[in-house]
Design a protein around this ligand. Structure first.
Ligand SMILES: *[C@@H]1O[C@H](CO)[C@@H](O)[C@H](O)[C@H]1NC(C)=O
Ligand SMILES: *[C@@H]1O[C@H](CO)[C@@H](O)[C@H](O)[C@H]1NC(C)=O
Ligand SMILES: [Fe+2]
Length: 342
């Protein structure tokens, strides 16, 4: 037995000597819900190719392993800063259960993290931390979020657009730093996102590559069910950056009509009476500045000459009413300042 173990170790050592993987230490670890809330997607970065992508996990000890894949992400800046983004889905976990895990490869493992899956079913109170507009500097709420996330005081986090200021700045070094900074909370609690105007550079490439949300990879809209809530994340930016292609706005519109039609079917509505849509730019303003008034119009009424209105109205969902009542969640809902910042 001992002999076999020694042989095994030396064969592992053999491969690591043959391939010099200098920058293969995992960093920027974060998690998100997959297609259901008991599927957890673990995402992280390495700067060189580790040739394999693994997560070891379990309830008290890491006795199970899942494998995934990596993609090469090259930032659009002059230095063409590149990194490998790794993704592994941990499927069919037990509900309401704490898991420990680490992520990496034979060339390097992250430290050990833990998360807790949410309860099953609909009849429980969802606890969410909801905020947008958080950068590397001046992130006053970060330490509180890190602390409470590690005590599992939230079932999920929603970061509603604008990250890092900006993720592409300094050839994406600012994005890397931001992802390291949120790791203490984002590796512990599903970190669900939507895109903001500050992610626009290079066709939203930093946003699309760094996060792993439900639905097709790199999509900027998705929905998921948790407890009594159907959450819908949309890109309001499609209404403003139409230079990247009007077809994305149209795809999102069709998808949204379809999604809300299903969510409002009687049996779904009875199970999940809450439908909460989040996007970076609000449809309404609390003040009356000209900029505020003009900026909101496309989100509310659509883009002129194309004639798309936000599908929520088409499906008859009371968006404003629902959004205003998010305070019924256990939420550190960030109050928007009187003057809009974007
Ligand atoms: C390995 O990572 C370093 C540091 O980011 C980078 O300079 C180098 O180009 C990478 N090499 C390969 C082959 O990816
Ligand atoms: C931007 O990316 C989307 C996919 O996310 C693609 O469909 C679209 O064509 C791209 N736009 C441009 C101008 O490259
Ligand atoms: Fe913004």
């Amino acid at each position: 037995m001992k002999l076999i173990l020694v042989l095994y170790l030396s064969s592992l050592l053999g491969t690591s000597i043959a391939y010099d993987c200098a920058y293969c230490q995992p960093e920027q670890v974060h998690i998100a819900f997959g297609e259901k809330t008991n599927d957890i997607v673990v995402t992280w970065s390495t700067f060189n190719d580790t040739k394999e992508t693994r997560v070891q996990y379990g309830k008290n000890v890491m006795d199970t392993e899942a494998r995934g894949y990596s993609t090469l992400f090259v930032d659009g800046g002059p230095r063409k800063h590149s990194q490998y983004i790794h993704r592994v889905t941990l499927r069919d976990l037990e509900y309401d259960t704490e898991y420990v895990y680490h992520a990496g490869s034979v060339y390097g493992w992250s430290e050990q993290f833990n998360f807790k899956t949410p309860p099953a079913g609909e009849d429980w109170v969802v606890r969410a931390a909801i905020y947008g507009d958080m950068g590397n500097k001046n992130a006053h709420s970060l330490s509180y979020l890190q602390d409470e996330a590690q005590r599992h005081k939230f079932d999920l986090i929603l970061h509603v657009g604008d990250f890092a200021y900006d993720m592409d700045t300094d050839d994406a070094a600012v994005g890397d730093q931001f992802m390291r900074q949120i790791q203490p909370l984002a590796a512990a609690v599903p970190y669900m996102t939507c895109v903001g105007n500050h992610e626009e550079k290079y066709n939203f490439s930093n946003y699309k590559n760094r996060f792993s949300m439900p639905g097709p990879q790199q999509s900027m809209f998705y929905s998921f069910d948790i407890g009594p809530i159907h959450f819908v994340s949309i890109s309001t930016e499609y209404y403003y950056f139409i230079n990247y292609g009007i077809h994305m706005l149209m795809n999102q519109y069709d998808w949204l009509v379809d999604d809300l039609t299903k969510a409002t079917q009687r049996e779904n509505r009875e199970k999940r009476p809450w439908i909460i849509i989040y996007g970076h730019r609000p449809m309404y303003c609390a003040n009356d500045e000209a900029e505020c008034r003009n900026q909101r119009i496309p989100v509310r009424t659509g883009v002129p000459f194309i004639g798309f209105v936000v599908a929520a109205w088409a499906a008859g969902v009371e968006v404003r009413c629902r959004l205003r009542r998010t305070t019924h969640l256990y939420a550190s809902a960030a109050a928007r300042p009187r003057t809009m910042i974007y």
